[in-house]
Design a binder for this molecule. Structure first.
Ligand code: ZN
Length: 225
């Protein structure tokens, strides 16, 4: 069920079920994918999961902490401190309401640190369990940035490619270099392979990821690897 659809009485009755929360971003994704890519994919995962699980899906936060792609237009970022604070306040409200199991689906890598540190700090004051999951860690497919994996997932979520991507060169560097070198991304702003984009591939990855998350919920957010 979706929390925003419930009356307060229905919401009251839903307490005790696990909560699902999505942290997305608005960020450039090559010339071929929409700025909302890192919000579209985790939301699609979350809505498919919600149909199969007895859980409450909460409204997403679709602004995140964006750093590496700021030289392209369309990186509308919160600071990491603001994201930490917003996450802390959303989580403490959920805990105050009595939701003590929270599955967090991360759609954008920059969000993970601030969201996790907010939860770690709250664990001194509230009794809860949260699992913070980056969706790309749950698939065998190797995901880059705006590559064929993300593109296939965007297409399978019902969106069209904005352009046909062409394979471009880029360089890899040891360590996290700050500021990011100019050729860390291709000139159009992606990382990875772009030759094999299909709805079928996206569907395969959605069922792989959603299946694992369903298992995680069934195991009270504590699943041994
Ligand atoms: Zn992305």
């Amino acid at each position: 069920m979706y929390a925003g659809d419930l009356s307060w009485e229905e919401f009251q009755n839903a307490k005790g079920k696990p909560a699902i929360l999505v942290f997305g971003a608005i960020e450039p994704h090559g010339k071929h994918l929409p700025l909302d890519t890192d919000s579209i994919i985790p939301w699609e995962i979350a809505t498919r999961l919600e149909k199969r699980a007895d859980a409450v899906l909460f409204p997403p936060l679709n602004y995140g902490y964006v750093y590496t792609l700021r030289k392209y237009p369309g990186a509308l970022s919160l600071t990491s401190r603001t994201l930490h604070t917003v996450a802390e306040e959303i989580f403490s409200e959920l805990f105050r309401e009595g939701f003590t199991r929270v599955l967090v689906i991360i759609g954008h890598g920059g969000n993970t640190g601030p969201v996790k540190s907010a939860l770690k700090e709250l664990s001194d004051d509230f009794d809860f369990r949260a699992a913070v999951v980056e969706w790309w860690k749950l698939t065998e497919a190797e995901a880059g940035h705006a590559d064929e994996v993300e593109a296939s997932l965007v297409v399978a979520a019902g969106h069209e490619l904005r352009a046909q991507p062409v394979q471009e060169p880029r360089k890899d560097y040891m360590g996290a270099v700050v500021p990011a070198p100019d050729n860390l991304f291709t000139s159009s702003g992606y990382i990875g392979k772009v030759g094999d984009i299909s709805k079928e591939k996206g569907e395969r990855i959605y069922s792989e990821v959603v299946g694992k998350l369903e298992k995680l919920l069934q195991n009270d957010l504590l699943l041994e690897l």
